[in-house]
Each structure stands twice: as structure tokens, then as C-alpha cells.
Design a protein around this ligand. Structure first.
Ligand code: AMP
Ligand code: MG
Length: 495
């Protein structure tokens, strides 16, 4: 029932990875399985055998045709370069071709101590595995590019973090696991040939348009510069989407920045409730490097690190290469601003572009900041504010003069739109979610599973988050911010 593997990464030269079979676990038990995704990947679900699936995704049996490996990569962690990180506990089984003809990586996370593990235990606790499962699938539901979660298996073993916890393995699916840090690994070794191999693989898998006939006369060097630009475009669009839902990644190191433009590595990530651009959740982010408002600029910094690795391929004249790459990185802020404005216009229900839109969007954010309004609900309730004097919206604001002053500006702006009010309301509800993975709800689901072996709250939350834009009668509690006693201010990196 396992789809056929393509061993693209496993066929790269030896220095790209370490062959490594998952380390078997005591008692693999399948606790979550993503059927729609399995179907998309070409699994034959008629032949679904739960025990067999648990063996595969717990790491006790290598699926037919797989050649498991741990990938080599480096990375800047909180700004400090680490030349050899690699998959310390993750194992790539191989790639499969999905129903749309796209290659997808299948990786087990928490599969044992690989040669890159640097003294850590190679395992993952159940809580963080379920968090990644929930939040990555929620991001997918929100229409945001992300790695996916295919399965979670408990191991029957304990792992030790702050307290002993049940161990688990997450099966992660990605367009690829190529990261900025993968390029950095070889750049740090002066291995230009390896960088060319990676760049060619990245173009083939993620940016085949760069091989298209219209680019046939672009020389090779132009193609590698175009790759940086293509990654910049996807990353700018990605971070604009994060910003539009209040998502804070928490650990935007270069090893956690993909070439594909998917969100990856859900550690101490969280969604902001009361709007404050300085919000930081991660307990290890003491300087607030990865605060909400910094995220777009961290992406730019990470893209500069990618561009550096490609300089030898961009132009034989290194001064010229630096000039070209610098111009491209300097164009990023404008690109990001455009992406941001586009998502904000959509969130305000606007279909046309007007010069005042930026100020209008910023005005709403300032009102939310001043009133400590819940970010998600404030946007969601804009639809109601179209036709009423907006009591449901106003009650979200501790101080409501700024929002009261803003609403007439917004209403005046519709005079320039074609759609009727009902049309705008529909559009607003289609882009402003009712449901996000509220931190206290995520914590509640994780605790029930880890402490009481109760996966009910996890399943319920996962179902709610699969349809974030629909009103789900009876599930209003999932849409509400945490009561003061349950507010989450810190998330821990004990993954
Ligand atoms: P992350 O913060 O999850 O992006 O991980 C950063 C690096 O630490 C990667 O090289 C991981 O493979 C490695 N790592 C994290 N947790 C573990 C663990 N429990 N055992 C081995 N390696 C780990
Ligand atoms: Mg990582």
C-alpha cells in the first residue's frame, strides 16, 4: 500500500547525507493519520493495515524501496553560524510522486540518533509532535504553504525534557527539505560543485519555469540569480501570509527557511491573540529577534545568506556577482510591501487598489494595538461591521475611540468598490478565518494526549481547524481568545 519511492536525494553524492535507518521503538502505536493527504500521495487505503502503518511510521520497518538517510545542512541559529547541523533525529525515507505529479519528501521526525545528532537523544516528545501536526495542518487549511503531517505514532518509550514525556514520531511531508542551510553547508566547505547540484535540483523541483523556453537564452549564471529571485518571491509571499494571520514562527534560523517557500519546523511557534507587533513567544528568543514584526526582515536576512552561497555561480567576476545579488536583496522590501498590501486589501474586503489603502490598513492595526483587540476576531468581525454599528467588533477593544474613528474611513472606501455589501461580506469571511490554533486550545489537546492518553481534544481541534473559514455552530469556544487564566505567554523549545 506504500506508493513507489523515487530516490532522488539518496542518489546524490555521498557527502550530501548519511545513510541511516530509523531506530526501532518499543511499541509503535498509530495515534493520528491524515487520510486525505495519504490519498493525495498515492497510498492505497483499501489495503490499510493499522499495525503495518504504525511499524512504518514508527520506524520499526523500512517501507519497500526506501533508502532512509539523514540530510547534511548548516545554518545560522539566532544569527550565529553553525557549519554542521544536519538531521539529528529526522530521517528521509525518500520521495514519492503525488497525484498531481509533484515529488514530495516523506520524512520521519524523532526516528533516533543520527550521525548528526550532536549528543541529543534523536527523539521527539508527543506534545511537540502533536503541535506540529495541528499547526502545520491548520496552516494548510488557511491556504498557507507548509510542510504537512501524515502520521503520528507513539513509541511506548519515554523521552526526557523538562519532565519525562511519552515519545512519538511525526511523519512529515514536504515539497522538499532543501533549506538555505543546505546551501550554506557546502558554501562553508568551498564546495561549488555541490552548490550547483543543489541549485539544479531546486530549480527542477520547485522552479521548473526557470528551465522554460523563454529562458533558453538566459545563460547558466543568469539562471542561478533567477533562482535567488524566485525564492525571494515565494518567501516574501509566505511571510506576508504569516503576518496576515498573526503567525509567529519563533525560530526563523536559516536551517528552518525552505527553498520551496513552504513553512517548516513548528517548534515554539504560536498565533498572536491581542495585537502587538512586538509579540514574542519563544522562551529561547531572549532578544526578540524573531518577534512578529521582525519576521519579514529576517526573511530578507536569510535570503542574503542564500545569495552569498550562490555567488560563485552567479558570475565569474565576484565583484559583479555581489553587485547583482545585492541589487536583488535590496529589492526585497518593496516586493514584501507589495505582497503585504495585497493580503491586507483582501482582509479589508477591497478588490480595487487605491493610494490610501496602506494608511487604511495601518490605521486598523494601530486601533487594534491601542485597544488590545484580538487580531483574528477583529478581522473576522469586519463582515458584521458592514451592516451594523459593529457591536461585536467594538466589544473586542479595551479602548474603542480609535476603532470608532477608523470605521467611517473604511466605509467611505467602499464607495470606490463595485461589489454590493453582501458580496463584500462574503469575500471578507472567505479570507479572514474564524478559527486559528489558539494556543490554550493547542495546549489543552497536547496535555490530554500526553498526560491522559486522551486524543479526543486533539481530534476535535484538528477537525475545527480543517475548515477555518466556515462558521461551525456549537464550536464557538474554539474561536474565542484564551480567558486570562489560560493565556499563553511563553512557548518552549523542548522539542
Ligand atoms: P530545530 O530547532 O528543530 O530546527 O533543530 C535544530 C537542529 O537540532 C537540527 O539539526 C535538529 O536535527 C537538531 N535536533 C533537535 N532536537 C534534536 C534531538 N532531540 N536529537 C537530535 N537532534 C536534534
Ligand atoms: Mg530545523
Amino acid at each position: 500500500m506504500f506508493p513507489e519511492f523515487t530516490l532522488r536525494y539518496a542518489r546524490l553524492p555521498k557527502r550530501f547525507f548519511e545513510r541511516f535507518d530509523p531506530v526501532p521503538v518499543l511499541e509503535p502505536r498509530l495515534v493520528a493519520f491524515n487520510r486525505p493527504l495519504a490519498e493525495e500521495l498515492g497510498f492505497d487505503l483499501d489495503a490499510f493495515d493499522e499495525r503495518q502503518v504504525a511499524e512504518w511510521f514508527g520506524g520499526n520497518a523500512v517501507p519497500p524501496g526506501a533508502e532512509p538517510l539523514a540530510q547534511a545542512y548548516a545554518g545560522h541559529q539566532f544569527g550565529t553560524f553553525v557549519p554542521r547541523l544536519g538531521d539529528g533525529r529526522a530521517v528521509l525515507l525518500g520521495e514519492v510522486t503525488d497525484r498531481h505529479g509533484r515529488l514530495r519528501d516523506i520524512q520521519l521526525k524523532g526516528a533516533g540518533r543520527t550521525p548528526f545528532s550532536r549528543g541529543a537523544d534523536g527523539r521527539a516528545p508527543l506534545g511537540p509532535v502533536l503541535r506540529e501536526y495541528l499547526v502545520s495542518e491548520a496552516m494548510h487549511g488557511l491556504g498557507i504553504p507548509t510542510t504537512r503531517a501524515l502520521a503520528a505514532v507513539t513509541t511506548g518509550e519515554r523521552v526526557f525534557r523538562r519532565v519525562p514525556e511519552p515519545g512519538a514520531v511525526l511523519t512529515r511531508v514536504a515539497a522538499s527539505h532543501l533549506r538555505v542551510g543546505t546551501f550554506q553547508y557546502f558554501a562553508a566547505r568551498g564546495d561549488v560543485e555541490a552548490i550547483r547540484t543543489l541549485a539544479d535540483m531546486a530549480i527542477e523541483r520547485h522552479y521548473p519555469e526557470l528551465l522554460g523556453p523563454e529562458l533558453a537564452d538566459v545563460d547558466e549564471a543568469g539562471r542561478y540569480l533567477a533562482l535567488v529571485e524566485a525564492v525571494a518571491r515565494r518567501q516574501a509571499a509566505l511571510v506576508a501570509k504569516w503576518m496576515s494571520v498573526g503567525f509567529i514562527h519563533g525560530v526563523m534560523n536559516t536551517d528552518n527557511t525552505t527553498i520551496s517557500g513552504e513553512t517548516i519546523d513548528y517548534g515554539p511557534c504560536a498565533f498572536m491573540e491581542a495585537y502587538d507587533p512586538r509579540t514574542v513567544f519563544s522562551s529561547i528568543d531572549e532578544g526578540g529577534r524573531y518577534a512578529y514584526a521582525n519576521q519579514p526582515w529576517i526573511v530578507q536576512w536569510n535570503l542574503a545568506r542564500l545569495a552569498e552561497t550562490l555567488l560563485p555561480l552567479i558570475d565569474a567576476d565576484q565583484e559583479r556577482a555581489v553587485e547583482l545579488a545585492t541589487a536583488l536583496i535590496q529589492a526585497y522590501p518593496e516586493r514584501y510591501e507589495r505582497e503585504w498590501l495585497a493580503v491586507m486589501r483582501a482582509k479589508l474586503g477591497l478588490a480595487t487598489e487605491q493610494a490610501e489603502d496602506r494608511e487604511l490598513a495601518e490605521g486598523l492595526l494601530e486601533a487594534m494595538h491601542a485597544g488590545r483587540a484580538d487580531f483574528t476576531l477583529a478581522f473576522r468581525r469586519l463582515a458584521e461591521a458592514l451592516e451594523t454599528d459593529a457591536p461585536a467588533l467594538l466589544e473586542l477593544f479595551e479602548r474603542d475611540e480609535p476603532i470608532r474613528a477608523w470605521l467611517p474611513r473604511w466605509r467611505a472606501r467602499w464607495a470606490r468598490e463595485d461589489l454590493d455589501t453582501a458580496g463584500i461580506a462574503t469575500r471578507l469571511r472567505a479570507v479572514n478565518p474564524a478559527y486559528i490554533p489558539r494556543n490554550h486550545k493547542v495546549e489543552e489537546a497536547l496535555a490530554a494526549a500526553a498526560e491522559h492518553d486522551d486524543f479526543g481534544p486533539f481530534e476535535a481541534l484538528r477537525e475545527v481547524l480543517a475548515s477555518p473559514f466556515a462558521e461551525q455552530p456549537g464550536r464557538e469556544a474554539y474561536a474565542m481568545p484564551a480567558p486570562p487564566s489560560e493565556r499563553v505567554f511563553r512557548t518552549f523549545c523542548g522539542t
